[in-house]
Design a protein around this ligand. Sequence first.
Ligand code: GRF
Length: 279
Amino acid sequence: MQSLHSSVSSDTKRLRLAVLVSGGGTNLQAMLDRSRENTLDAEVVVVASDRNDAYGLVRARNAGVPAHVVSYGWQDGAEPAPVLPGGASCAVDLEELDRRQRIIFHPDRGKRLEKLEKLVRAEERLIALLDRYEPDYVCLAGYMRLLSPFFLDHCNRGGEYRVINIHPALLPSFPGGNGYEDTFGYGCKWGGVTVHFVDEGEDSGPIIAQAAYPIFPMDGIEEVRRRGLQLEYAVYSQCINWLARGQAQIRRPPGRRAHVFISDPSYPEILRGWVEMAL
Ligand code: GRF
């Protein structure tokens, strides 16, 4: 991910995106469409999935974008050889990663390290693949895997966040894999979507943008999901455009968590558009 180091200037730059998917890939499709229509200041240069049956792979190939599967299992039952130059097995300090990670909570330290090692081995393969395409950002779009500090360190060199995610709930409410179901099941009257940078926890990184939609009394989970997904496509592409234009900056106020400052003068109109879309 060599080009991850290049900082985005205040001029618009067409970003190179690596998109990770595990499923249907409608967010990916929205990116591909908007990129082709030139309403996204980015192009998808590679798509990768942990599942060979992910329909997102088909969407990528249909659009002429290279699509790959990176397995998370031990291959052939044997320990896979490290693929990073120099042999990452020597370079990875699992104990140090374990101190920093907030995604694997097994109480037994040995079991935790075992899971972490398995994850890191898969991430080595993913990194080796993505690096070939020199992406500026890695976009998670329905990727059902959590990323370890090993992967994030590789992407975030230079101290900038370079991995972003779309989550189908108004974080910090309802993190995890069932944002729509959890929002609906709780009886919320409004749901929402969040685009955020990825940090070492689950759905806990700095929020770039959020948008909300109403949940009406007669709605079922399918209406909720449909309304939410329409917003997801709009919010995700807007966030990518802000990043491309240098209009989303991380601020780290002393003693407070990092947050994202959007400097786009059209911000109020954009939010108004999302509210109108949701109603
Ligand atoms: C979306 O709801 C996204 O927010 C979540 O996973 C879902 C992926 O949908 N992370 P799709 O594969 O983009 O259709």
